[in-house]
Design a binder for this molecule. Structure first.
Ligand SMILES: Cc1cc2nc3c(=O)[nH]c(=O)nc-3n(C[C@H](O)[C@H](O)[C@H](O)COP(=O)(O)OP(=O)(O)OC[C@H]3O[C@@H](n4cnc5c(N)ncnc54)[C@H](O)[C@@H]3O)c2cc1C
Length: 324
């Protein structure tokens, strides 16, 4: 019987939250179509994460425990997923739309002759049709796309679904895997991670994002303080990335990262569509802006109209006290 196979992305010895969200949706779709939900985990941690995948509904978890798959090299990952697909022959492969997944999905689809529905906000499967909705034109419009292809890959935008537990057996099946490293042609020498105790932006539950209104080092420090108090990751608009006040890795939006935290602070950000394309899925949005007509207030849950250099010290002090 065909199944829905979910590719679980791993970070810091855990399955990424966005993968668990994709798995939760895949579980519902699998139930509706009377097929099992299965998972695939790659990397040296693979076996240790089987129980976490089972907690979210995987009846069977295919693992390839090979440290080569930790190294962010596309060729071994494509080869490993291809091996699992050949063994499992699922109806669909569902994954979170992470940077690494975006890197491999097209090549994997060519190799396995699959149709791809990338970066979707929702998906369904009914009869012989898999359909989805994808944000297009800086998320101003949703495009409906469908396919009848017998094998479909779907990558799901983070925050599109809630991650919900539904414990299942989670029987581990170790898949044999061989890869000739001589064929790689490149060597990974070092993974340079961001210095300090920073929270990963795309997985963060709270994000504090700064825009041009934050202006300078003093503003950046106020933003950092709010992030420290709330345990947030720091994001930024393109305007302050271009001035060099924040790193390019912090950019949120159409040409930056897509985030979907529970709580998003937009500080001194106007709310251009290219920015909101990357954060409008956030559950609660608190906007601080001195212009009452700033478009960010159209998507905000709470709006604080005023100068962020006045508001942030007050907010930081109040939150520090409340959370003490
Ligand atoms: C193809 C393309 C792709 C793009 N991709 C992205 C993207 O991925 N991400 C992105 O962010 N942008 C992107 N942009 C740029 C985008 O169009 C906007 O220019 C950018 O988001 C504006 O950033 P901002 O809101 O920080 O700055 P501004 O538009 O200059 O807004 C600053 C805001 O701060 C407020 N403000 C000023 N001083 C204070 C103060 N003291 N206290 C409180 N509020 C204050 C102002 O009222 C204003 O609303 C893209 C543009 C293009 C053309």
């Amino acid at each position: 019987m065909s199944s829905i196979l979910v590719f679980c992305s791993v970070q810091d010895h855990r399955i990424k939250r966005s993968s668990l969200e994709a798995m939760s949706r895949a579980r519902h779709v699998a139930h509706e179509n009377g097929v099992p939900i299965e998972a695939v985990i790659l990397g040296s941690d693979a076996s240790a994460l089987v129980s976490e995948a089972a907690q979210y509904g995987a009846s069977c978890v295919y693992t390839i425990s090979n440290p080569l798959l930790d190294a962010h090299l596309n060729a071994p990952v494509i080869s490993a997923l291809d091996a699992v697909l050949k063994q499992v022959q699922p109806r669909m492969l569902v994954a979170a739309s992470t940077e690494a997944v975006k890197d491999v999905l097209g090549a994997l689809a060519v190799r396995s002759n699959a149709a791809v529905l990338p970066d979707v906000a929702s998906f369904e499967w009914s009869g012989d049709t898999v359909s989805c909705q994808r944000p297009v034109m800086a998320a101003k419009k949703m495009a409906a796309t469908s396919t009848h292809h017998p094998l479909v890959f779907v990558s799901v935008r983070s925050g599109s679904y809630e991650a919900t537990e539904a414990p299942a057996d989670g029987q581990e099946v170790a898949v044999p895997f061989e890869f000739d490293t001589a064929s790689l042609g490149i060597t990974l020498r070092e993974i340079v991670s961001q210095a300090g105790d920073t929270v990963d932006l795309s997985e963060a539950r709270v994000v504090v994002a700064a825009g041009r209104g934050v202006r300078d080092d003093a503003g950046r420090q106020l933003v950092q303080e709010l992030a420290d108090i709330t345990g947030a990751a720091i994001g930024a608009s393109r305007a302050v990335v271009e001035t060099g006040l924040f790193p390019a890795t912090a950019q949120i939006g159409q040409t930056g990262k897509v985030v979907s935290p529970d709580l998003y602070f937009a500080v001194g950000i106007s709310g251009a569509v290219q920015h909101t394309a990357g954060m409008a899925n956030s559950r609660i949005i608190v906007a601080i802006n001195k212009d009452p007509d700033a478009p960010i207030f159209d998507v905000a849950t709470y709006g604080l109209v005023g100068d962020c250099f006045t508001i942030l010290p007050l907010l930081n002090a109040a939150l520090r006290e409340a959370l003490a």
